[in-house]
Design a protein around this ligand. Structure first.
Ligand code: IPD
Ligand code: CA
Ligand code: CA
Length: 260
């Protein structure tokens, strides 16, 4: 593991402790829509991550989900892509399933990914070409075909215009797979595929901070991840996402092409 990765992991674990120390009013507000929530902790943790990560790599840009009025990472070759709390609705409801997600992209390619679930104390990590790990244990996708898959749905909750297609594809997958799940944190969905706990995942629209780190972790565990039309993921703008074991991913793309 690289020294940088180790240092990033230590920072992300410290950020996770802040989620465990939450008490009282979370300071919940609506953002782009009634369903799109933000809490005081999203901003607090993003600021902490920005300060600590840029201290490790001062030449890097920083792209975080929360608009804190900082400069955009325009034109930077190396960029941290950060979701301070992935699964904010879970956090607001007290459902203990959230990820703190930090990716590092160089020239549009993910080089490093760390996703931390402080509730289970599970830290998922990968460096390009170095494999994927959970708390130091190597991760591998399950190898399941769609028929043997548990499929996790992403519902693009802030973009209700995708509801019909989401549930049409979700239904088609449910009828071919073992079962479906909806757990509510895209970064952890990708890590759970990497760990072989689930086998297939799609979402019609996500932002780079949702999948930057998790997509590398999944690839390094032997999984496949692209946009739903099979094109490579982009990290400079929102994108759809299709992920799975190589076989389940192929079947998912074929079904998505039928449904549109
Ligand atoms: C959301 C979660 C959710 C996914 C949404 C994301 P947030 O992130 O990852 O599982 O379905 O598309 O926006 O808003 O909780 O950081
Ligand atoms: Ca997110
Ligand atoms: Ca978030």
């Amino acid at each position: 593991m690289s020294a940088l990765s180790e240092a990033v992991e230590a920072v992300v674990r410290r950020a996770g402790r802040q989620l465990l120390e939450v008490h009282g009013d979370k300071g919940v507000r609506e953002k782009s829509a009634h369903q799109d929530l933000v809490t005081r902790y999203d901003g607090q943790i993003q600021r902490f991550l920005e300060t600590e990560l840029l201290a490790l790599l001062p030449e890097a840009g920083f792209l975080g989900e929360e608009d804190l009025g900082d400069d955009a990472p325009v034109g930077r070759e190396t960029v941290f892509i950060v979701d301070p709390i992935d699964g904010t609705t879970n956090f607001v409801k007290g459902l203990p399933h959230c990820g703190i997600s930090v990716g590092l992209a160089r020239g549009g390619v993910m080089e490093l990914g760390v996703v931390y679930d402080p509730y289970l104390d599970e830290l998922f990590s990968a460096v390009r070409g170095g494999g994927a790990f959970c708390n130091g244990r190597p991760l591998h996708v399950s190898g399941a075909s769609l028929a043997d898959s548990v499929v996790v749905l992403g519902t693009s909750p802030y973009y209700r215009q995708y509801a019909d297609r989401t549930f049409a594809l979700g239904r088609a997958l449910f009828l071919r797979a073992m079962d479906v799940r909806r757990i509510g944190a895209a970064s952890l969905d990708l890590c759970y595929l990497a760990a072989g706990r689930m086998d297939c995942y799609f979402e019609y629209l996500l932002s780079p901070w949702d999948y930057a780190a998790g997509s590398l972790i999944l690839q390094e565990a032997g999984g496949a991840v692209t946009a739903l039309d099979g094109s490579p993921l982009r990290f400079d703008r929102p994108c759809s996402l299709a992920a799975g074991t190589p076989e389940a991913h192929r079947e998912l793309l074929a079904l998505a092409a039928e449904i549109g």
